[in-house]
Design a protein around this ligand. Sequence first.
Ligand code: AMP
Length: 215
Amino acid sequence: MEAIILLGGPGAGKGTLADALKKDSSFIHISTGDMLRAAVKEGTDVGLAAKDCMDAGKLVSDDLILQIIRTRIGKKAADAKLMFDGFPRTIEQAEGLQTFFAEIGGTITHVLNLVADPEALIPRLCGRRTCKTCGAIFHVVNMPPKEEGVCDLDGGELFQRDDDNEETVMNRLEVYKTQTAPLIDFYKNLGILHDIDAGSTAKNSELLALAALNA
Ligand code: AMP
């Protein structure tokens, strides 16, 4: 089993890049944020345990995250190609993933580090809109849908995530800086980190990511 990791602050464009990379490849997209939001919506035990942290922009416990990752990957085929989006978020999670992959014979081939100015991420997040049905991501200014509030892909209703408000966004940026950014050195030391300039357009990030994956 092989995996790539999309690393980067909130709003750096991990979800948009994941959607783009999925189009031309067989990656299985694993977004812990999407999994947790689904669990909250369904009212499962995982959802109940995660909701308060998510609303506050804090991280959910490493144990819970590693447990849902193990369950999600559990019986995937040996030749599956995984794309982690929003996981790992702490050194503990990264070490937990190393342990898990050592058990199942998995390899992390690339870590794509989306680099963007934190100041630029605030308007990006506050203007983000997501399709209720297919999860496609738009932005009111940078990537507006053809018709306001309506998904271009399937006509679904676009909504603003609860945690994309300015106060929670500030918390998420702080959490990124203190708990997630140390992963940059962790993966640099493993020789698999590739910096991707995420400061311009989504298309540009996609081209840079493809170049890194194919180098
Ligand atoms: P995201 O959609 O990746 O921005 O995640 C939304 C929220 O879900 C985060 O602000 C955290 O509260 C929680 N979350 C998602 N992934 C993780 C993770 N790997 N570790 C801890 N919390 C997470």
